[in-house]
Design a protein around this ligand. Structure first.
Ligand code: UDX
Ligand code: UDX
Length: 467
């Protein structure tokens, strides 16, 4: 029989752990959910009296408001929460390794391992341990070995893989109505019982036919594969955007025509200045590393090309800006609208804007940045990380963070749209034009604005995927 889950602990109160477990708490009032994190500031923000939660995600505050203090708790007491839980989600981050074996492509599993060891050391009763973090294939096996080698007598650990498919910006909706929930387990009676216990949690709001139960390795690989396939669509459409720019075809028309085929479908075919986010590049590189370790070089090269195409797209876009501005942007002011990796999030991980701004900096342009959500401290941290050899003071001489789009456009030669924030549609473009140097240019990296309307005002408009 499946063990009954009454207390859940989630290790990692980030973009994945926070929203996911807050939604579980709202949908399962009979389950006590405790989200823990080593970062005390983050936990304090989740607990703040005015609900100033640490991540911007539409609808999230309402969810936290409903459940916090009822059956949803945020805490730094990692051990206490582990000890009382029947089921533990491991939602710590798994960044790409920066040094050592597999640097630049393998995932850094240090945090996953630390969390696993902590569970083994603290637990005095049996637990279901669920990998929520996206991990390379067969990580569950390592977790199991660590847990078994360190467990106390009478403690049993069952490992499940339950990857999260939410996209930032739509996380709450994705969690309320997921396309599917995927649960991987060992195909032993105990493994299946643990899987059933987690199915029962999700069945509180997800139709059971959408809860897919599979083997452990299939589940782990499916998450990497799903992200790789999504990213591959964007790189494919971006590769076509280069052909459009060279031939006079229009990428929006091409996407529309392709997407009309019901086998392809219309979603995720929007050409852009390049995909960003914490997952796509990292997960593809994971897949590349896995393929290489399995001695499958052709498979590795195939997936690596998806990332290379993305780098090419970003480089191509900044080159187009320089070329169009008469081959030099030295000393010219460029307004970059949007710094987040996509709209409706304050997350900047792998954002294309970072690469563009770095390119503009190396051309010695002056850059004005405006983003409606990203914290200024985050922007400075990202720019500093992108140019480690430069001092923050020298970066600040070239870059200014502005409080509005209009302020960013003042005295600029060009506006670059890097993120598809809806509010950029409502900019008073006539006003922006008045205060810009002439000729005034707009570079739309997101197919966002109405180019004809801007041309009527007087702008010279360049759009991704159009000649
Ligand atoms: C997620 C997923 O979990 C990761 O697998 C995915 O591929 C990328 O996104 P995310 O929630 O976005 O991670 O990461 P982050 O917002 O950095 O949250 C992780 C949290 O775990 C941080 O708040 C960090 O402080 C916490 N943490 C990390 C711990 O509490 N303990 C640790 O040992 C390590
Ligand atoms: C992605 C997956 O969608 C999600 O299922 C997984 O759990 C985590 O990774 P996320 O990275 O949060 O989610 O956002 P997503 O909407 O997938 O966008 C990723 C990047 O692709 C963004 O930079 C976005 O602007 C870009 N994108 C997306 C395009 O350039 N064109 C598109 O058509 C769609």
């Amino acid at each position: 029989m499946a063990p009954k889950v009454t207390k859940i602990c989630c290790i990692g109160a980030g973009y994945v752990g926070g929203p996911t477990c807050a939604v579980i708490a709202v949908k399962c009032p009979h389950i006590k959910v405790t989200i823990v994190d080593l970062n005390a500031d983050r936990i304090a923000a989740w607990n703040s009296p005015d609900f100033a939660v640490p991540i911007y995600e539409p609808g999230l505050v309402d969810v936290v408001r409903k459940a916090r203090g009822r059956n949803l708790f945020f805490s730094t007491d990692v051990d206490g929460a582990i000890e009382e839980a029947d089921l533990i989600f491991v939602s710590v981050n798994t960044p790409t390794k920066k040094s050592g074996v597999g640097a630049g492509s393998a995932a850094d599993l240090n945090y996953v391992e630390l969390a696993t060891r902590r569970i083994a050391n603290v637990a005095n009763s049996s637990k279901i341990v669920v990998e929520k973090s996206t991990v390379p294939c067969r990580t569950a096996e390592s977790m199991r070995t660590i847990l078994e080698a360190n467990s106390k007598p009478n403690c049993r650990f069952d490992i499940l893989s339950n990857p999260e498919f939410l996209a930032e910006g739509t996380a709450i909706n994705d969690l309320f109505s997921p396309d599917r929930v995927l649960i991987g387990s060992l195909q032993t009676p105990e493994g299946k019982a643990a899987s059933d216990a987690l199915v029962e949690v999700y069945a509180n709001w997800v139709p059971t036919k959408q809860i897919l139960t599979v083997g452990l390795w299939s589940s782990e690989l499916s998450k990497l594969a799903a992200n790789a396939m999504l990213a591959q669509r964007i790189s494919s459409i971006n590769a076509l955007s280069a052909i459009c720019e060279a031939t006079g075809a229009n990428i929006d028309e091409v996407s529309h025509a392709i997407g009309y085929d019901s086998r392809v479908g219309p979603k995720f075919l929007k050409a852009s200045v390049g995909f960003g986010g914490s997952c796509f590049q990292k997960d593809i590189l994971n897949l590349v590393y896995l393929s290489e370790s399995l001695h499958l070089p052709e498979v590795a090269a195939y997936w690596r090309q998806v990332v290379e195409m993305n780098e090419y797209q970003k480089r191509r876009f900044s080159k187009r800006v320089v070329d169009t501005l008469f081959n030099t942007i030295t000393g010219k002011k460029i307004a970059v609208l949007g710094f987040a990796f996509k709209a409706d999030t304050g997350d900047t991980r792998e954002s294309a804007a970072i690469t563009l701004i770095k390119d503009f900096q190396s051309e010695r342009a002056l850059v004005n940045i405006y983003d409606p959500q990203v914290a200024h401290s985050q922007i400075w941290a990202d720019l500093q990380e992108a140019s480690p050899q430069a001092s923050l003071d020298s970066i600040k001489k070239q870059v200014t963070i502005c409080g509005s789009a209009l302020e960013a456009c003042k005295d600029a030669e060009a506006v670059v749209i890097a993120t598809e924030w809806k509010e950029f549609l409502d900019i008073d473009w006539e006003e922006a034009y008045k205060h810009m140097n002439k000729p005034a240019f707009v570079f739309d990296g997101r197919l966002l604005v109405d180019a004809d309307k801007l041309r009527k005002i007087g702008f010279k408009v360049t759009t991704i995927g159009r000649a």
